[in-house]
Design a protein around this ligand. Sequence first.
Ligand SMILES: Cc1cc2nc3c(=O)[nH]c(=O)nc-3n(C[C@H](O)[C@H](O)[C@H](O)COP(=O)(O)OP(=O)(O)OC[C@H]3O[C@@H](n4cnc5c(N)ncnc54)[C@H](O)[C@@H]3O)c2cc1C
Length: 476
Amino acid sequence: MITPEILHQLATIVGAEYLSTSQEIITENSQDALKQVFPAEAVVFPRTAEEIAGIMRLANEHKFYVTARGGGVGYVGSAVPIRGGIVLATKRMNQILEIRKDDLLAVVEPAVTNYDLQKAVEAQGLFYPPDPSSWKESFIGGNIALNAGGPHCVKYGNTKQFVLGLDFVTPTGEIVQAGGRTPKNATGFNLAGLMIGSEGMLGIITRAILRLIPLPETRKTALAIFASAQDACNCVAGFTEAGILPVALELLDRASINAIEDYEPSGMPRNAGALLIIEVDGLKETVAREAEIMRELCHKHHAIEYREAVTDAEVDGIWEVRRKMSPAVKRTGAVKINHDIVIPRSRIPEMLAFLEGVSQRYGFPIPTFGHAGDGNLHTNVMLPNNDAETKHVGAKAVREIFEKTVSLGGTLSGEHGVGYAKAPFLDVALSAPTIAVMQAIKHALDPNGILNPGKVFEAPFAADEMDFLTSDFPCC
Ligand SMILES: Cc1cc2nc3c(=O)[nH]c(=O)nc-3n(C[C@H](O)[C@H](O)[C@H](O)COP(=O)(O)OP(=O)(O)OC[C@H]3O[C@@H](n4cnc5c(N)ncnc54)[C@H](O)[C@@H]3O)c2cc1C
């Protein structure tokens, strides 16, 4: 319970104008892309690590909950204050502090958007590859806390491959520096690594030192349609055999192709098994050669249609097919249960066949698309309506999908995290001793359970009690 005395002390720490109890501000800051609102009692907007440390010490003294917030566009409810308390919105901490071409690094505050960082480093001939589709809205702090990925991660790696160092405030209010400015660092435990993917439960990131790479000179983009998912996956495997790592290898399954054709017909064959969007990047000479191999591979694996972009407009046209997934999928049901399973990429054909079977058995469309290059598939179980019985059956279908995923050597989330949305299924992927180690770390850092309660280990709702009403929101 946030008392007037606590509000007074919070105002003393951050300044009265950066503390809000307005219902509008609370509602805005108490939800994420799942669009379920669990209202906080107040929202604070600190500017410095010292202010955050002060807030955390106060929270431990008075035992109120704190939930850190970045851009608020997570897909699993991890930034939502489901047990009340305060939201600590980082949005004022939005400065790019340094970009060093010589050292290939950037130093940023947590509320810099992924997009702003990418544009700033590009202007200096540098590249920050992790590229969630939410890049314009999501913050680097949120990207790190969820270990975000995107199409470019197949070649360059997820957020975790690009974090050199972090400053963070512990749940009890100490300011810690982890890692540093060097790509190599074997001094002590990898505390920066511990923070990556910790869903805002182990500390609040106040500064990040990020690795950069030189910006590739050029790229080539193609779209290929295959009669079967197996052909498309053989083509993906063919790139490895040819010694090429494309920068993007995006796959859309048959249900996704049909969803797009229903939405905006563009003449794609409805009986096609899968579509690939492939992009290669690098030096001009290398890209020219890789584009040749890309063409040969697609034909070798029986592409029934192959389109290679020449102009920027054509590149955009190809990626537009991917962007259409969002409105197209939305029309296939009333409720969308969107998850981001990940499996070894060689098992994708088996997974797609399994999903078609689940779809037929339950009668729900399950358009699936995603990053074929790293086995990260976005499955969208589309329920025809929002009643309790349908949601119950939908949750059963989702559990079956997760069980199959794990049996194929995969896991529940490749990039979105667990939050509260996947918490009811955590036992499918992690053993009891594994969960116990994670809980011991959490308890060691946060003995009073102050920071972001009700996530990952606790399932505050059964799967079928949640309204995954994300149909109005774009997919990733
Ligand atoms: C349209 C759309 C497309 C998407 N595409 C992708 C995609 O391609 N790839 C992908 O990986 N995800 C994608 N997502 C999911 C989401 O945008 C990402 O997970 C993103 O990283 C969330 O960042 P955020 O700043 O919005 O974090 P928030 O939702 O604000 O917070 C997420 C978690 O991070 C914690 N957190 C936030 N800031 C800090 C901090 N400073 N210190 C410690 N913890 C903090 C929060 O407590 C919470 O647990 C997409 C979402 C949408 C809506």
